[in-house]
Every structure is written in C-alpha cells, then in structure tokens.
Design a protein around this ligand. Structure first.
Ligand SMILES: [Zn+2]
Length: 1037
C-alpha cells in the first residue's frame, strides 16, 4: 500500500480522466427515432428500454411554467412500434364489473356477530358497571353471557404477573387477566370536573367504577361537540378536557386509585386480532384480487393473494386508512377518521405478478394535464372523438397531442385502451425526458461508498475484518438491470477514525493507494480518478484493499471517531462524480473527536417523563440538519450500520439516515454470534432495488389535498417529497385534508408520481393511481376502513409529534381520537341500543388492541430497561414502515410450535399475544419484524427439545445461541423453514433470542405480549377497551 500522505484539494472543475469510461447513457434512453408506426404504445415490463433513441437534438421545449418541478412535455411527435402489451383482460367498465368479493360488510360476520343489529358492527356489549358482557352471538368461547369465567390460564403456572420486582421468581400464582385488578385504567376515576358536566344519574363519586357511564337503556345524549382532528398542535388540545384516562398510560403511579373490586372479563369475548386475520384469510386467501373497482377495500396485509392491476394501484403500492372519503370536511371533522394513504412506491412484486410496464413517448415525454400536471392515467376522460381529454384531477379540458391521438369506441373509450398501460393500469413507469433531469443532462449511474470505522475497538473485536471479508462477496451482487451483464453501480472505499482515509482502487494499480484527510473541519475528497470504480474491473485491487484494511489498522490505538465529516466526505465524493448514490457507514461509537457534529453523552434519564423528554428524540446540534439538506440536494442516501456498546446518540446520527431515505441498522453489543443478522442485513441492503435522487408528488382530484407526509423523506416545501434514495421497503404515509366538498359521483382520485434515477442511471417516472369513493354517509367511511393502515398512520404521526410535544400529550391525543372515532360511529352509524354497549365498526373492531400497543411502545412510554438510543432507533424504523411492517410490529405473530404438524404444509394458526395463551408444556415462536423469540415452557416435551436443539432436556438448552442448530429432525426442519418464511418478507433481519420460561430474558419477551398489561405501565387490552368505552360514553353523554 502506498501512502500519498496529505493531499491538497483537487481541482474538481477539471474533467477527470477516470470519468471517461463512464460516458453518459445514450440518448436512446430518451426517445425512439427508429419507428414511425401508428401510435400503439410501447408496453413491456420495466427493464430493457426498447427501441433506440431519436438522434438529433431535443427540441428546446417550452419553458417550465410555474413552480412545477417535473418539467413539461416536449411538443414532438414520436412513433411507436406496434407491440400489444399483454395487459389485463378487458373489463366492461372500471366501475361496473362485479366485484370479485362481496363488499366487506357482506362478508361472513367475524367472530363477534351482532344479532341485535343488521349492521356488521361488532357489538361489544358491556354493562360496564358490572363488567358484564351480553349481546354476543353464538360461537363465543364462553357459553354464558353473564359474568364471565376466569380465562383459560389455569394450566399456566407462570410467574406472578405485573409490576412486582419478584416477577422472575417462579411462582405458583394463577395468571388471570383481570380488567380492573391491576391498577386497571378502566377503573381510574380520572375525570376532571370539567369533563363531567353530564349530569347523568350515573355520575357517582369518583371512587365508583365507570361513574360517567350512562345506564343501560338510556338514550344517547344530545350529541357531543365535534372535535378537531388530532394534530398534535400546540399544547391546547382539541376538546381540551381530555378526560380519558388522564393517567393513561403514564405509569402505575398515575393509575393508582380507588377501584371497584373486579369482575372478570373473558378475554375470548373481546375482539381478537387473530380471528380477524384468520377470517380474512379464509375468505380471500389464494384468490386473485383485481383492482378494477373504485373504493374497493383490499384483503388484509396478512392475507396472501395474487393482485391484478386493472386500473388502480395494487395494495402493495398504496393502502388507505379508508377507501371511502367523507364528502365534506365537516364530516371528516365529525368522525376524526384520518384520511391517509400509505404509499410504498418501490414495493417488491412477487414473481407471479406482472412487473410495471415502461411507457416511452420518446422526446415528447409523458402526456400531462396542462393545468395540474397530472400524468396520463385511467382517470382521464377522452372526449370530442378523442381529440381532447378532461383531467380527472382538475377537470381541465386538454388537447390530445397529435402523436397521442386515437379514435374512441362506442362507449367513448380509446381503441388502444388496453394497449397502453397509462390508460388501463393503476401503476406504470414512464421514461423521463431530459426535462426531468438535473441540469437537463442524463444522470450518471449511482455509486456506493463503503465507509468503515477503524477505531481501536472495531479492529479489536474483529468487526473490521468481518466487514471487509463480507464485502468481497456482497459486491458480487450489486443490483443490475436484467438485461445488463454487470452492475452499473460504481464503488468506493473510505476508512476513518478521527481522520479519513480514501483509497484509490483504480484497476490498473498494482496496489491500492491510501490518502489521508486530516482536516475534518472542512473535509474534501482527495481523489476522484480511481476512487469510484467499476467493481468487476477493479476487483483485484479491491480485494487486495479489503485484505489489507484490517492489517493497516491492527496496531491503531485510536479510540475517537468523527461522524458528520464522514457523511460529508461521502456526499462530496458523489457530488464531485456528479452521480447519486448510497453511503454504507459502519460505525460504533459516539463521535467525540474534535470535528463538526461532535456529540456529547446526553443519555439523560432525568428527562424521562418530563416535558423535555422530547429533546431526546431531537439531534443535539443543527449540523446534522444542514448535512441532511446537502445530502438530499446531491442524491446521497445514507445507510447507517451501528454497533454500539453504549450510548451513541441515534437521534442525532440517525437524522441524516432517516431524511435521506436510508436505513438504520443497530446491533447492540455486537458479538460474532450476531454476525449473521448483520451480514444478512448488509447483503439484503446492497442488493435492494433502489430509486435514487427521487422526488415524489402526490396529486389529488379537487376538494382535497395532501397536507402531511411521514416517512424516510425530506421536505423543503409543502408539496415535494424528496428522497435521496427510496428502496423497496420504504413507505411514505400521506395525510389528506378537505379544501372543498368532494363529488360523490367522481370519487376521490390520488396520483403519486415518483421521478427517480434507476440503478443503471436512467431517469424515470413511476406513477401510481388510486380511486376512492366519497360518501355523505358516515357509515360508508367506517365500512371502508382499514385498521392496519390506520395504525400505520397513527404510529407515524405520533412518532413525528414526539419531536415537539410532551409524550403524555401525544398519548392523550391518541386515546382521545380513538374514543372520538368510535363514539362518532356509535352515535351516527350503529343501530339504537343501550349506550352502555360498546359498539365497534366491523372494520375497526380490533383497532383498540393495536392502538393500545402503540401507546405502550417504548417511543411513547419510557421503560427502564429500554435505552434512549433504542427508543430513537425504533422511532426511526417505524417512520419508514409500510402497513404490513407496522401490523406485525404492533401485534407480533405468536405461533405455538408444539402444535405444529411436521407432515403438513401449513403452520399452526397464530395465537393472541397474551401470557395466558402460553402453556408451560409448549414452545412458542414470536416475531415482530425486528426480533424473534423462541419461548420454551418448563415442561416442553423432551422429544420436541431434542428435535429442535439436539439436547436431552430443557436444562441443557443453551440460550446464548442466536440461531437454531441444524438437527435434521422433522421438527428442526419445519421450525427453521417457518422462521425463514417469516423472515423472508421483512426488511430487517430478525435476531433470534431463546427464552426459557422463568428465566431473566423473559422480561424482555413479555413486553411483546401486547394484550397484557405492561410491566412498567401501559394498559392491558381489556383495560384499554374499558377506558375507551368510558371515554366514548362521556363523549356521547
Ligand atoms: Zn389536471
């Protein structure tokens, strides 16, 4: 290795010889000169760009009008080869075809039929004063509708439950989830006087249970005041007397209080998430779901089915909190149902579904509405014999560009309707013209820069060697376009501690060269030529380098690190190479070296449960915000792999990752045992299909608009969602608000357009369209809700609010809004019944259990065993999750392994996340998308233990392992296959923890049993339901 020592700033402005090999993509990407056939459209799955490009200069094109970002169509006519695209079979009319499934309301009633009501509501009838349940249909686990028997936990002699320090000691206590015994918030008489002006006969002294509940049979009160939607705005809360569970769920102390002796509520009698999942699976699994119907509610994320795009984006790309929007903003306010879409623009499509078609209009570029700039899509109505079209979004009547003209058939549809993806499909891509490129120049392919922290501990514990070894194989699988032989992505390498080392790995070098940059205050890139290289061409030099790095730093004693200068250097390198890209930073410690972005240890637990707790989620210094802005402006996406042994300030360091669309991975106290998890994550991340330098715009039809955006995104203004990178796992949650009345006939239309650069350096537009219904009937809204999407929205909006609001305020708003949504349903949609009955909309009947889990999440409710970094990291991960990720995160999958039939293909059904569902004779697998646990009951069958672990008994099981041995037994094979199937669809590699019943790690495991009361506060599902019911009754009175 030759060292050149300190190098002065290179002249960036000069052309770099090394860049010569990377000539810009051919014009061919931007047009098609070779055909002048009649317009038929170029339709084929994204991939090869097809015909070659027009030669000759592009027409200057009209200047962009207004502030529009995406540029404008060129006026030219261009031809297309005749190529019919094998689109979906014709349907008669986008709105007239028979739905493949009955609307949700006609589905077989879920497990909580409501005999008293024709509506599909799950009625949860409590006579709350006595905690009796009635009004259940047949099929309930408990035969008697009166006071319910203790739950079925008798066989599980677990440790004593709840906030006892002695929890880990084995004990013979019976576990029973008692609604009110354990400081249940349902019994918390916390209503301030202001909230109790109901004058109800039931308003007893605070000590009475459910004092504010109207008596059964009493008619609802004369309406409750409409509340504003929760916006986490300034501390004045909507409906300021938030009486709900005032203490909820702030901790045991706040929940203490006089209580009514409990009656037991059978957990089997309250809505079960498992049942909801199973019901949807049984009716919709394995079927083909076609998207031809406006406002259709898709199968749940937990149901496997084949999706066929017939005019609306697949639910893999877009899911909504409700598929029927209220016509007016008054209705929206009245219900407080959030109107939101969760958009995952680069979602992976399974092999048996059709990938996106690529439309190429040559130099003309995409056809767009002159006024609102919406892209051609199935919502445009062609008129005047095909010469004009009316925009579905803004109603503007546009001329059809001559090259795009086509005659209409007898129902007014273009004859080429099924030959053009943009006319008949919900999702497709356009080749973007130069107007859509930075500086009107085609982009260069992206580059990946690997930046390794080589401080003392990382070298010592073998991490540096592990990374270097792994990179040799990982780099073989850089993503490439299908038709290309090798990846167009270039790679570069940097190591650092308190200084930075750049490496020249140009292919003609015998040895890599190192250049050191010590000036971390104003970091610069000491070389361009030879820094970013084609891996295959420079493979020998790169492998040489990766072999040498661990040795070069083997004797380094440097403990201090910098961080912001590392990001800065990577960003500058991409900027100098004029390409977008990703940084892969492998970092271990708090960056305390003297440099910009230096951080101090502030893991300040004193702030927990104070109004200043929010500062723990904010970056320490504003340098990280400025750095983020620069990264986004240069298409630099930052992936951060953290290996902390102590506090590293994820809130500060993670900001740049979050806002550049990067991924944060954190491996606490990394040991080689964990290396598989890390290596899987690294491999997966490098191979991911990613869009670079992306900008997303969400357009809507008149009457409503996108107002808030949540995700791994950066917003410089109110409309453009910028993502330096966006990969197949990142989802953006978009909230909509009314600005006018919506038209029930035309519905609510949404178009999401993402302009981005592909892995091979092509500029493209990815378009997703979805049409929703509108209604002036509140019942229609509730019927079309999707609980999993609602939870995704609430999680992201709450996790955003924690940056500016006290956590208790955020929790209170969530509880209040939950009650409000359900009260509005109760008042306006449910058939008349006793006010004391809790009646939940069918589509939201398990909403409370998810909401309660969100409220208990460590981001919103601190727990002593969870570090500030862990909370910041969970917050960050959730922010970019899609609906499936948040579903399993807030309601983990719990599978009884001991009931597994090794001969059968199918898995045992999951069970509810509650301790009482465990049994000491069982073995259970729990997964939440980030972690996996295998819980072993003390009396688990020895043959099962032998089969899984190859040891004779429970006591012989080694719980230190993070993967299961390959035993070769049917049990082992089936379990390992099950785990890998669960893992397969998830963005993060889940670390496995083996938990023995009544041993220490059980405390951690228990926190995932989200139906139970939290050890450190946080209500049980039953208690939360009571609390919500109480609040609903207050609102209705
Ligand atoms: Zn328009």
């Amino acid at each position: 290795m030759s060292q050149q020592g300190y190098v002065a700033t290179p002249p960036y402005s000069q052309p770099q010889p090394g860049m010569g090999a990377l000539s810009p993509p051919l014009r061919g990407h931007y047009g098609d000169p070779s055909h002048s056939a009649p317009p038929a459209g170029i339709m084929k799955p994204a991939g090869p760009l097809g015909p070659t490009a027009p030669v000759g200069a592009l027409p200057p094109g009209p200047p962009n009008s207004g502030a529009h970002q995406f540029g404008q169509n060129g006026p030219n006519i261009s031809g297309y080869p005749q190529q019919r695209f094998p689109g979906p079979p014709p349907v008669n009319n986008a709105n007239s075809a028979a739905p493949p499934y009955p609307p949700p309301s006609h589905l077989p009633p879920a497990s909580y039929p409501s005999p008293g009501s024709a509506s599909a509501a799950a009625q949860l009838g409590h006579q709350l004063g006595a905690m009796q349940i009635h009004d259940y249909g047949p099929g309930m686990a408990s035969g008697s509708p009166g006071i319910l028997a203790p739950p079925l936990a008798a066989s599980f002699q677990g440790p004593p439950q709840l906030a006892q320090p002695s929890i880990l000691q084995p004990g013979p206590q019976m576990l029973a989830p008692l609604p009110s015994t354990h400081n249940g918030l349902g019994a918390t008489p916390s209503l301030p006087p202001a909230g109790r002006q109901d004058g109800l006969p039931g308003s007893g002294p605070p000590a009475a249970s459910f004092p504010s509940l109207p008596l059964p049979g009493q008619p609802p009160g004369p309406g409750y005041p409409p509340q504003q939607g929760a916006n986490y705005g300034p501390p004045q809360m909507p409906g300021a007397q938030l009486t709900s569970p005032a203490g909820f769920p702030g901790g045991p102390a706040q929940m203490a209080g006089p209580m009514q002796p409990p009656k037991k509520l059978d957990p089997d009698s309250i809505p079960s998430p498992i049942q909801v999942i199973e019901n949807d699976r049984s009716t919709r699994s394995g079927q083909v779901y076609t998207t031809n119907i406006r406002g259709q509610v898709p199968p749940l994320v937990t149901t496997d089915c084949v999706i066929q795009d017939q005019g609306n984006a697949s639910p893999r790309y877009i899911r909504c909190t409700t598929y029927c929007f209220p016509s007016t903003s008054d209705m929206a306010k009245q219900s407080q149902l959030p109107l939101a879409a969760i958009i995952k623009p680069f979602a992976t499509v399974p092999p048996h579904e059709v990938p996106l078609y690529l439309v190429n209009h040559g130099e003309s570029g995409p056809v767009r509405c002159n006024r609102c700039k919406a892209y051609m899509c199935p919502f445009m109505q062609f008129i005047e014999g095909g010469r004009k079209y009316q925009c579905g979004f803004c109603s503007c009547v546009n001329d059809v560009p001559p090259f795009y003209f086509q005659h209409l058939d007898h129902i007014g549809r273009r004859l080429d309707h099924y030959e053009r993806p943009e006319l008949s499909l919900g999702s497709y891509e356009y080749v973007a013209t130069l107007d859509y490129c930075r500086n009107n120049k085609p982009p260069h392919p992206p580059a990946y820069i690997f930046m390794i922290d080589v401080s003392y501990s990382n070298v010592k514990n073998g991490l540096v060697k592990l990374i270097c070894e792994e990179l040799k194989t990982v780099l073989e699988s850089l993503p490439k376009e299908e038709q290309e032989e090798t990846s167009a992505i270039r790679v570069g390498f940097v190591t650092y501690n308190k200084v930075l080392h750049f490496f020249n790995v140009k292919s003609n070098l015998a040895q890599p060269q190192m250049m050191v940059v010590t000036d971390v205050a104003e970091v610069f890139v000491p070389l361009l030529d030879g820094f970013l290289v084609n891996y295959q061409e420079s493979k020998a030099v790169i492998h040489n380098l990766l072999d040498q790095i661990p040795e070069i730093f083997a004797d380094s004693n440097e403990n201090e690190t910098v961080f912001a200068p590392v990001v800065q250097a990577g960003m500058e390198a991409l900027k100098a190479a004029d390409c977008p890209g990703k940084l892969y930073i492998f970092h271990s410690s708090l960056p305390t070296a003297e440099a910009p972005g230096k951080l101090k240890n502030r893991d300040d637990r004193k702030l927990i449960n104070t109004d200043k707790e929010k500062t723990l989620f904010q970056p320490q210094t504003n340098i990280y915000e400025a750095l983020t802005k620069d990264c986004v402006a240069n298409g630099c996406c930052v992936n951060l792999f953290l290996f902390p042994n102590q506090y590293v300030d994820v809130a500060s360091m993670g900001l740049v990752t979050l806002q550049t669309g990067g991924t944060l991975h954190k491996y606490n106290n990394f040991q080689h045992l964990d290396s598989q998890t890390f290596l899987n994550d690294l491999r997966n991340d490098v191979q991911k299909i990613t869009g670079f330098d992306a900008i997303m715009r969400v357009r809507t039809s008149t009457g409503f608009r996108a107002t808030d955006f949540f995700g791994a995104i950066y917003m410089n203004n109110t409309t453009d969602v910028e993502m330096a990178g966006v990969d197949c796992d990142k989802a953006v949650t978009v909230e909509f608000k009314h600005d006018d009345k919506l038209n029930e006939d035309s519905g609510a239309l949404i178009q999401c357009a993402v302009l981005y650069t592909t892995i091979s350096g092509q500029r493209r537009l990815r378009i997703h369209n979805i049409s929703l219904n509108c209604s002036s009937q509140l019942a229609d809204l509730y019927k079309s809700c999707e609980t999993d999407a609602l939870i995704n929205f609430f999680a992201k909006s709450a996790f955003t609010a924690v940056l500016t609001q006290p956590l208790k305020t955020v929790r209170d708003i969530l509880v209040h809004q939950t009650a409000h949504m359900l009260a509005c349903y109760r008042k306006n949609c449910a058939s008349p019944s006793a006010v004391s009955q809790l009646i939940l909309p069918d589509a939201m009947k398990v909403f409370p259990v998810y909401m309660n889990s969100l409220l208990k999440n460590c981001v919103l409710l601190s727990r002593p065993e969870i570090s500030v970094d862990e909370r910041a990291s969970q917050r960050q991960l959730v922010m970019s999750m899609d609906v499936a990720d948040t579903q399993i995160f807030f309601y983990p999958q719990l599978i009884p392994i001991h009931t597994m039939d090794v001969k059968s293909e199918t898995l045992p059904a999951a069970i509810r996340c509650s301790e009482e569902r465990l049994s000491e004779g069982g073995v259970f697998l729990l997964a939440n998308g980030l972690q996996m646990f295998l819980w072993l009951g003390v009396s688990a069958p020895p043959e099962l233990i032998q089969g899984i672990f190859n040891v004779p008994s429970f006591t012989h099981i080694n719980t230190d392992v993070t993967s299961l041995p390959e035993v070769g037994s049917p049990y082992s094979q089936k379990l390992r296959l099950t785990m890998s199937n669960i893992q397969q669809k998830k963005p993060y590699s889940m670390k496995l923890t083996i938990v023995k019943q009544r041993e220490q790690p059980e405390v951690v495991f228990r926190q995932f049993l989200v139906e139970d009361k939290g050890l450190y506060g946080g209500a049980s599902y039953v208690d939360f339901l009571c609390c919500v019911h109480k609040e609903i009754c207050r609102l209705l009175s």
